[in-house]
Ligand binder design. Structure first.
Ligand code: DX5
Ligand code: ZN
Length: 218
């Protein structure tokens, strides 16, 4: 049986207390810390950059799972690698040379992830199956927390799972956006191994983080 990992998105955290928030998430049983980096260009919102990732690094031993929603992206990979990211995920739609970008991430000794927007077909993965450590299926249009899960992405998750199984590959299959304790089981049954959760982790405040995370594991 596959162990499901939960990656709380700090997009829903108290940004004035990020260090404390991350320590609380680790104590509550999180597996990764998901960091959403937005540039106001690839997505219609601006969040944080490598300086903040560097500041957060000493606050946890958990992998920092950095989701880059920025374009262009190649020029920033080294900054995030140096800042202490463990996994760096880029959008297939954000770079004209995805293969090159993934190699660049790996050249810094980091795990390389590729993300697909809801409208992006899985054919972009065709020549990348063996190159990626993580595949991220966006189940909302990227840019904001608190949106509703797009049901059509369940079919995409299942199709990716089937393609991976056929090839005997097992990168993380991560799903991000609109995950709740009510739909988590469907996402897991479709083949996901890592659930990103912003709203669902932080609802109710710190006293609820552990129970919220547990509820997502199914
Ligand atoms: C959206 C981000 C997500 C988002 C998840 O662009 O990539 O990580 O913060 O938030 P919820 O879980 O609230 O949908
Ligand atoms: Zn994300």
């Amino acid at each position: 049986m596959t162990t499901i990992k939960i990656a709380p998105s700090i997009l829903s955290a108290d940004f004035a207390r990020l260090g404390e928030e991350i320590r609380a998430l680790e104590a509550a049983g999180a597996d990764y810390i998901h960091v959403d980096v937005m540039d106001g260009h690839f997505v219609p919102n601006i969040t944080i950059g490598a300086t903040v990732v560097k500041a957060l690094r000493p606050h946890t031993t958990l992998p920092l799972d950095v989701h880059l929603m920025i374009q262009p992206v190649d020029g920033f990979i080294k900054d995030f690698a140096d800042a202490g990211a463990d996994i760096i995920t880029v959008h297939a739609e954000a770079t004209p040379h995805v293969h090159r970008t993934l190699q660049l991430i790996k050249s810094f000794g980091k795990k390389a992830g590729i993300s697909l927007n809801p409208a992006t077909p899985i054919s972009v993965l065709e020549y990348l199956w063996a190159e990626v450590d993580l595949i991220l299926v966006m189940s909302v249009n990227p840019g904001f927390g608190g949106q509703s899960f797009i049901p059509s992405q369940l079919e995409k998750i299942a199709a990716i799972r089937a393609a991976l199984d056929k090839r005997g590959l097992s990168p993380d299959l991560q799903v991000d956006g609109g995950i709740t304790r009510h739909n988590a089981a469907d996402v897991i049954n479709a083949g996901a191994t890592v659930l990103v959760a912003g709203t669902a982790t932080f609802t109710g405040g710190e006293a609820h983080y552990a129970a919220n995370i547990k509820a997502l594991r199914g």
